[in-house]
Write a protein that binds this ligand. Structure first.
Ligand code: SD4
Length: 323
């Protein structure tokens, strides 16, 4: 599918950015929807795993968890799970969150030594009275739930960090270090939407830094009446605009997923003094009708979608047209 037919299938053909009064998302809507999963970046193995679950009557929450786990376990991915690039002091610290179709959510921040942050986040949601656990408490909880401790700093990431220390220049690189952070949204046969987001955050961040990815409403938001959204890129900019919540609220007003992502990106780039040319943010979104879309600031972002037609990575439309 080329970008034009992708845009068509995601509803952007109806682009008209006036406020729309929407009747689409009433709970009494009995229309059926084919299951599908979307994820940030080119993560076909992760979407394949999630698809196996939702295409065989599994639920979207299990699909999200298991799909995200694929990237967390991939040692070559340097911005999620094991192999993630460390902070300036050499600590690999993970952030993740998950949200189900009831609006339940769980989150972990600054998690060390446990690679499946998404599963710990799910346990926080299901086994504790809380939404978010941080640092030592999150790790202690994970171990009490049977998670195994392991060293997440691989030889490759350690080498890269030691090299970085020669100059210690902190300069997030557009699209490069972002490549494997995974945000995922799925709708199952029961039209239930869930989402997850998992990352080791920005490479060489200050010790203790937490980004948008584990923050409900910023890195991820789901409202099962409307849809879901998830973010990637420079988390500070997503946090300042509560990006994923904004995308879902725009879809509630009737904007298509791509329109909603575009408006949320414009919210960032049009801020007075924004230096958007120097960073990347990308959103993907899915609505209750099974329509999907994405939008980013820079070229180079992509979305992987697995539905009944196959597992395809699409280049995302973007704001900053150079030249
Ligand atoms: C963060 N948003 O920690 C994450 C990083 C990311 O793709 O998404 N990279 O700011």
């Amino acid at each position: 599918m080329n970008r034009r037919s992708f845009i068509k299938s995601t509803g952007i053909a109806s682009l008209g950015l006036s406020l729309k009064i929407d009747k689409t998302f009433s709970q009494s809507d009995n229309s059926s929807v084919d299951p599908l999963v979307i994820a940030t970046w080119d993560v076909k193995k992760a979407t394949k795993k999630a698809w196996e679950i939702i295409s065989s009557n599994g639920n979207s929450l299990d699909a999200i968890e298991q799909g995200c786990m694929i990237e967390e376990a991939n040692k070559d991915g340097q911005s999620v799970g094991i192999g993630g690039l460390p902070d300036r002091e050499g600590n690999v610290t993970l952030d993740a969150c998950i949200m189900d179709h009831y609006g339940n959510c769980g989150s972990v921040v600054y998690l060390k030594d446990i690679k499946h942050a998404i599963s710990v986040a799910r346990m926080v949601m299901e086994k504790t009275p809380h939404v978010m656990l941080a640092g030592d408490g999150a790790k202690k909880f994970a171990i009490s739930m049977g998670f195994k401790k392991e060293n997440l700093l691989t030889e490759k990431s350690k080498k890269d960090w030691i090299k970085w220390k020669e100059n210690e220049e902190y300069n997030p690189i557009i699209n490069i270090e972002n490549h494997d952070t995974i945000g995922m949204l799925a709708i199952d046969k029961n039209k239930n939407i869930s989402g997850g987001c998992t990352t080791s955050g920005l490479a060489y961040k200050m010790q203790g830094r937490v980004g948008d990815s584990p923050i409900i409403g910023s890195g991820l938001f789901i409202d099962n009446e409307v849809g879901g959204a998830v973010a990637t890129g420079l988390g500070e900019e997503v946090l300042k605009t509560v990006g994923s919540f904004l995308v879902v609220e725009l879809m509630r007003q009737g904007y298509s997923p791509e329109e909603a992502c575009k408006i949320a990106i414009e919210r960032i780039v049009k801020k007075p003094g924004s230096n958007y040319k120097n960073f990347q943010v990308g959103y993907i979104a899915l609505n209750k009708k099974g329509e999907t879309g994405s939008y980013s600031i820079q070229n180079g972002f992509s979305m992987t979608q697995y539905d009944k037609t196959g597992n395809v990575n699409y280049d995302s439309p973007y704001f900053h047209k150079q030249g």
